[in-house]
Write a protein that binds this ligand. Sequence first.
Ligand SMILES: C[S@@+](CC[C@H](N)C(=O)[O-])C[C@H]1O[C@@H](n2cnc3c(N)ncnc32)[C@H](O)[C@@H]1O
Length: 226
Amino acid sequence: MQRQPEPEVMDLEAEVKAYAEAGFDEVNQRFVGRLLELTGDRAKCDCIDLGCGPGDIAMRVARARPHWHITAVDASRPMLQCASDAAARSGLSSQIVWQEADAKLLPFDAGSFDVIYSNSLLHHITDATAVWREIKRIAQPGATIFLRDLYRPADEAAARAIVESHARGESDLLREEFYRSLLSAYSAEEIGAQLGAVPLEGLQVEIVNDRHIDVFGRADIYARRS
Ligand SMILES: C[S@@+](CC[C@H](N)C(=O)[O-])C[C@H]1O[C@@H](n2cnc3c(N)ncnc32)[C@H](O)[C@@H]1O
C-alpha cells in the first residue's frame, strides 16, 4: 500500500483535546521505560522531545529524571498551550521549556542535546529526511537518539484491524486519526532510506510489535563528519 500523508501539524482544537484526553498512559509509560533503558542514568542531560504534543511523555521523563533539563518542541501552538498548562498544574514548569518550532528546521545550535527522542512524529512529515538531518545536527557526540513511530500496515483492512484491537474505547475522532496515521506511516525500508540519505549511521531500526517501529542508538556523529 502506498503512503497516504496526513496533515503535518495537529492544531485543530478538537484534535488537541481528543489527543490530550486519550488513554495513552500505558503506551507512553512503555515509551519512557525504553528511553531510560537506552539513556542510562546520565547525571546531567539536555534532552529534547520532538513533536511533544500535549506533553505527557515529557512530563513523565521530567518526573523520572528530575535533574534533566527538557526542551519540548511542537509546531502546533494549541498543543504547546495544552502541554504547558498541564506542566504548570503538575509543578514541572521549571524543568521543561515548551517551544514552538518545526522539527525540519530547528532553532538550536549544533551539538545542543545529549538525548533526542520523539514519539509518533515521523509519520506526520513528508520530508522526513529533513528531520533526521536536524537530529544529526543538534546531537552532541555520543547522544542517545530514540524515535518510536507507527509503521504502515500491508493494506487498509490491516490498518482497520489495528485500530479495532488497540483503540476500541477511544472517541470516533481519535480512531479516525489513528487510522489515517497508520496509512501515513513509513515502512522500515523507507526509514532506512531516509537515514541513508542524510547519512545518519549507527542507528538500529527495529519493528517492536504489530504497529510500532523503533529507531535508536548512539550515532558517533562527530567522528563521521571529519
Ligand atoms: C501524534 S502527535 C504525538 C505527540 C506526542 N509526541 C505524544 O506521543 O503524545 C504528533 C505531534 O507532532 C507535531 N508535529 C507535526 N509536525 C511537526 C513538525 N514539523 N515540527 C514539530 N512538531 C510537529 C504535531 O503537531 C503533534 O503535536
